[in-house]
Design a protein around this ligand. Structure first.
Ligand code: 2AM
Ligand code: CA
Length: 277
């Protein structure tokens, strides 16, 4: 089947309307207080996984209702191939994290997000990250800039990543993998970095860290052990706000994600390597 190359703005609109519906679902499904994961050991899945799955199902249904031939990669459901082979020109793959910041979600810390990215021929062309608790909507279309709206009715404000005047003033976000041995190594690298920067933040949501960098609320970001759905949407938003988002020897992947405003990126990347990330 041959398709015209999809319009990235139309993909962005579908990402945003879908993300809004998904965020509303997460908001409505989350019980008050701390989600008691342990209390439901007798059931086959815990309530968090249920909400995760329900949210991803909603996202998949909405996208496929509009674009039935697309491929979708989601944290919960894995990759479901569309009728359109990914090797054919103009093929679209959606990369979906139904809840990024799961531990915050469990504890009732208001810092978790729905993240949706649309790739065309393997390149992220449109993305949205919705901060579920605040309702803030971060969006980007490749080449068109990154924006935030405080709510659907508010006007979109352009985002601009801002670097620090010097390394010692850099506020750096990071995260730790769930695997104990990996997080111990990450902690050593972070400990080495602490003496060179203003301070470290560990917010628990990679997608929102990248949006915060885009909005100038952080100076840099480094993390290891992430999956494509953690970084696809936030990565485009950070890039479109003027940040470099890179990996160990090319694009970011599970081995390394580093992001910093363009003017500060090379210096920060050197520090990341020197610290042993
Ligand atoms: P999650 O909330 O969807 O699990 C926190 O540092 C960030 O890392 C979150 O975005 C979290 O995503 C992600 N994360 C932590 N450990 C991970 C792992 N083992 N695989 C993939 N993502 C992980
Ligand atoms: Ca995630």
């Amino acid at each position: 089947m041959s398709t015209a190359r999809p319009d990235p703005r139309a993909l962005g609109t579908l990402a945003l309307t879908t993300g809004r519906a998904a965020a509303a679902f997460v908001r409505e499904q989350r019980p008050a207080g701390r989600v008691d994961v342990a209390a439901t050991k007798s059931s086959p899945t815990d309530p968090v996984t249920e909400i995760d799955r329900g949210t991803e199902h909603l996202v998949r249904s909405r996208i496929l209702a509009d674009r039935p031939h697309d491929t979708i990669l989601g944290e919960e459901g894995g990759e479901t191939a569309g009728e359109e082979s990914l090797s054919s020109a103009g093929a679209v793959r959606w990369v979906v994290d139904p809840i990024d910041g799961t531990v915050n979600f469990v504890y009732g810390l208001p810092h978790y997000a729905v993240a949706i990215a649309a790739e065309v021929d393997g390149v992220v062309e449109a993305a949205c990250v919705i901060d579920v608790a605040s309702g803030h909507e971060y969006t980007a279309v490749r080449g068109g800039g990154a924006f935030v709206r405080e709510s659907p009715s508010r006007r979109a404000v352009r985002l601009r990543a801002v670097g620090p005047s010097q390394m010692s003033h850099a506020l750096v976000a990071t995260g730790f993998n769930y695997v104990p041995e990996i997080r111990a190594r990450q902690a050593q690298a972070v400990a080495r970095m602490l003496g060179d920067v203003r301070d470290i933040r560990r917010t628990g949501s990679a997608a929102l860290d990248l949006c915060a960098l885009a909005a100038g609320r952080l100076d840099a970001y480094v993390e290891q052990g992430l999956a494509p759905w953690d970084i696809a949407a936030g990565g485009l938003i950070a890039r479109e706000a003027g940040a470099v988002v890179t990996g160990l020897d090319g694009p970011p992947d599970a081995r390394l994600v580093v992001a910093a405003p363009e003017a500060f990126a090379q210096e920060f990347i050197r520090l990341v390597h020197a610290c042993g990330f």
